[in-house]
Design a protein. Structure first.
Length: 341
């Protein structure tokens, strides 16, 4: 209403490469779901947990965090949230707690590498940081946040036993499992090389040939949601990308970037601040910022949408974690600064 040119500019604000990548991953996720592989894996994880909810959730959280460092946090959500949904049908776990824990694990694990999430890619390219230096610098923070997440899971699941329903016989479609897995690998590789349209074309063609049910049953509404999210985030990035000179400490940078991420998401916050302040406190702040409100990270949107949990339930678990992790991170940075001094 305030800017009559926005509707005309909106198509240009859409990140078509990211949207193509998301559509491909949505389709592949649906292919894996229909293949029956999630049911098989879910049964195996439930058995390995020995009936302990803590073992179940902590194991998945660690696997998700490691995976997210390689395949990006958004991609991990498309794979692991459907798996958690399947597990919730076999064992009566607290779905909001499980889905939120997985989203937090994805945001934390993706912070480790330059390719783990969009904000890291921006920082990596802007400051031209060697990959090993990036990983070494972020590793202490990632380990701290993972340990804290495991503690949170333990506190919420302490002593709880799983109520395991009778496991029905699950039929798997091996050709669909194979095709979906290969397509996932191909798409991740093509996305990292900035060729998502090729990946989308290969994905659609493959499922037209082997299983059109996959194409007819994936969440089309989610594409509209992400289209609007991209328009919003890119417009925010454009408005906030003016050169601002900031002379603030590392701790102040963490607080500013993490706090700003709660309002405008961590990617626009990175765009706004990446030119003006040191990269490490910025990377710490925007990555930690993704563990707070749902707006903080695109992975949060995906987790909430696919799992179907409410925003209230998501924030019931995410906000306490974010606030405590932020406080501990600030205290840790103060101690590092004192020791260096």
């Amino acid at each position: 209403m305030l800017d009559p040119t926005l509707p005309i500019r909106s198509p240009k604000l859409i990140d078509y490469k990211s949207l193509a990548a998301i559509i491909s991953l949505l389709i592949i996720s649906r292919g894996l779901e229909l293949s029956g592989i999630f049911g098989r894996v879910a049964r195996g994880i439930v058995r390995l947990s020995g009936g302990s909810e803590f073992k179940l959730l902590s194991t998945i959280a660690i696997v998700v965090s490691i995976s997210s460092a390689v395949i990006m946090n958004d991609t991990a959500m498309f794979v692991f949230i459907p798996l958690v949904l399947t597990i919730s049908k076999i064992a009566k776990i607290d779905l909001p707690k499980a889905a939120t824990s997985i989203a937090l694990a994805a945001n934390i694990g993706s912070a480790l590498t330059p390719i783990g999430n969009p904000q890291n890619i921006i920082i990596w390219k802007t400051h031209e940081i060697p990959i090993l230096e990036f990983v070494r610098s972020m590793l202490p923070y990632v380990l701290l946040w993972i340990v804290l997440l495991i503690v949170f899971i333990w506190m919420g699941s302490r002593g709880k036993r799983l109520e395991i329903s009778p496991m029905p016989k699950i039929r798997t479609n091996r050709s669909l499992i194979f095709a979906s897995t290969i397509l996932l690998i191909i798409n991740v590789a093509l996305i990292e090389k900035s060729y998502p349209f090729i990946g989308l074309a290969i994905t659609v063609f493959t499922f037209v040939v082997i299983s059109r049910d996959v194409l007819l049953s994936f969440d089309v509404a989610l594409i509209a949601v992400f289209t609007l999210v991209f328009v919003d985030f890119r417009e925010l990035s454009h408005l906030l990308s003016s050169n601002i000179e900031l002379k603030i400490s590392a701790v102040e940078t963490i607080i500013l970037s993490a706090g700003l991420s709660q309002i405008i998401s961590n990617v626009p916050a990175t765009v706004m601040l990446s030119q003006n302040i040191p990269w490490l406190p910025l990377a710490v702040g925007v990555n930690l910022g993704g563990t707070g409100v749902v707006v903080g990270s695109l992975a949060n949107f995906i987790a909430v949408r696919i799992s179907g949990i409410s925003l209230k339930d998501f924030h019931k678990y995410s906000l306490p974690y974010f606030l405590i992790a932020l406080i501990i991170t600030i205290i840790t940075n103060y101690k590092f600064y004192y020791l260096k001094t």
